[in-house]
Ligand binder design. Structure first.
Ligand SMILES: NC(=O)c1ccc[n+]([C@@H]2O[C@H](COP(=O)([O-])OP(=O)(O)OC[C@H]3O[C@@H](n4cnc5c(N)ncnc54)[C@H](OP(=O)(O)O)[C@@H]3O)[C@@H](O)[C@H]2O)c1
Length: 222
């Protein structure tokens, strides 16, 4: 599968690109600046650990990445989410689009959720581009663990969507990543809890000086 990372030059996009390429997918890094995307794809190729995987990375503009890909991952900050979607709305039509955006602000060293008072960034994105097949996932999977080719995170990707097939596809992609288990977290409206939980997780990680993630116990997923 050809997967596009919109805003893929940051830590989360790079980390997801690394894991998806290691799982055997071709990944195209998108950026507002094509040269930065190409540079990022070269850096990922140089650190992925095998010539076979290195061939799977490429870089281009966000618009071109959205046009080329079969599945898009949106990995821009909340402030850039709507402007980015306005630029690539046409290219996303009919495609699975995985929204990783957790709207956060920092007050001192504390993270706070700044999502819409009702709903979520995920639902805002869906309203902006209703023709895409929206999935919200990976909010609680820290970029740092994704970026290291040999790491096993032992984390859950909590996946929400109103589109059953899209949800299954993204759970499948999650399961292909080292140390990640995809968990069906229900309808897209549940994304508000994932986005809020991200602030909590960031603050817990601050307390422990760690890069922990969230794992649901007591469920049988397969
Ligand atoms: N970092 C994590 O551990 C983590 C974990 C889970 C979820 N997330 C979510 O993933 C998203 C990306 O996180 P990140 O840490 O990778 O963020 P980031 O480094 O701040 O941003 C990612 C990329 O987005 C582009 N960008 C920045 N500002 C933009 C704007 N105003 N408009 C359009 N594009 C912009 C930049 O790419 P170009 O300049 O190359 O265009 C940047 O490299 C966030 O929404 C975050 O909540 C992050």
């Amino acid at each position: 599968m050809l997967i596009g990372l919109i805003g893929g030059t940051g830590p989360e996009g790079r980390g997801l690109a690394m894991q998806l390429a290691l799982a055997g997918h071709d990944v195209v890094i998108g950026s507002r600046d094509e040269a930065r995307a190409i540079e990022t794809s070269r850096e990922l190729a140089a650190t992925c650990g095998s010539d076979e995987t290195a061939k799977r990375f490429s870089g281009t503009t966000n618009e071109s990445a959205a046009a080329q890909c079969e599945v898009a991952f949106l990995t821009v900050p909340y402030a850039g989410m709507i402007p980015t979607l306005q630029e690539i709305a046409r290219q996303l039509r009919g495609k699975i689009c995985v929204n990783t955006v957790a709207p956060l602000e920092f007050v001192g060293d504390q993270a706070r959720s700044i999502g819409p008072p009702t709903g979520s960034a995920a639902e805002e994105a869906q309203r902006e581009v209703p023709e895409a097949r929206w999935v919200a996932a990976f909010h609680t999977v820290p970029a740092r663990g994704l970026l290291r080719p040999g790491s096993r995170l032992d984390a859950d990707a909590l996946v929400c969507s109103d589109d059953e097939d899209a949800l299954k596809t993204v759970i499948g992609l999650s399961d292909q990543m080292h140390g990640i288990r995809g968990v069906n977290a229900g309808a897209l409206e549940n994304a508000r809890y994932l986005e809020g939980a991200t602030a909590l997780l960031v603050n817990i990680n601050k307390v422990y000086g760690a890069h922990g993630s969230i794992k649901i116990t007591g469920i049988q997923v397969n």
